[in-house]
Ligand binder design. Structure first.
Ligand code: FEO
Length: 201
């Protein structure tokens, strides 16, 4: 009889343990919704930079077009990193429609001013995600978001540097030509975005 009592206690403890493990792995609905919205924002960013790339290419700036095309690919990676994280945490990915983007810019300076303004918005979104993860006591998501927080510093710096260069160049055609040549050298480096499941195979 004492053995039976012990077994029941053990079963109850196992159930509690399983429930504890489940809540540890799964992200809550508020964080899942916020990350799904961020996947959409990253894909919209990709769309924006693809549009800028096409506009530069059409206007005879292959270097600026290349820089924006690399940016487009990096934004897709940012979206995929979030997407894989939702899967890792046993969540549900929800892909929402991507809004239309602007199709032409008056000048390279205008395009990079818009790039910086957009990256400022993305920084705000990432910071807000971190705030939600803190309020929800989701330590894994806080740790995961640190990569994006650092990345945003770089994204804003890159756009600001090009704005500064373009302001210096002004209307100087040769300066614009040389900067275009420099930006043609930017190379896309893929980000490792595999899930732990895929990586283990
Ligand atoms: Fe995904 Fe440019 O931030």
């Amino acid at each position: 009889m004492p053995d039976l009592v012990l077994s029941e206690e053990l079963i109850m403890n196992n159930n509690q343990y399983e429930s504890f493990i489940k809540t540890t792995i799964m992200m809550n609905a508020k964080i899942q919704d916020a990350i799904n919205a961020q996947i959409n924002a990253e894909l919209w960013s990709a769309y924006l930079y693809l549009s800028m790339s096409a506009d530069f290419a059409a206007k005879g700036y292959p270097g600026f077009a290349n820089w924006m095309l690399v940016q487009f690919k990096e934004e897709q990676d940012h979206a995929m990193k979030f997407l894989n994280y939702v899967i890792q945490r046993d969540g549900v990915v929800e892909l929402k429609p991507i809004e239309k983007v602007q199709k032409s810019w008056k000048s390279a300076l205008d395009a990079y001013k818009d790039t910086l303004a957009h990256e400022n918005i993305v920084t705000g979104l990432i910071n807000n995600l971190f705030k939600i993860a803190t309020e929800e006591n989701d330590f894994a998501t806080q740790s995961f978001l640190k990569w994006y927080i650092d990345e945003q510093v770089e994204e804003e710096e890159n756009a600001q540097n090009l704005i500064d260069a373009l302001k210096l160049i002004g209307d100087n055609g040769y300066g614009l030509y040389m900067l275009d040549k420099e930006l043609a050298a930017r190379v896309y480096v893929p980000l490792a975005t595999t899930t732990s499941t895929a990586a283990a195979v």
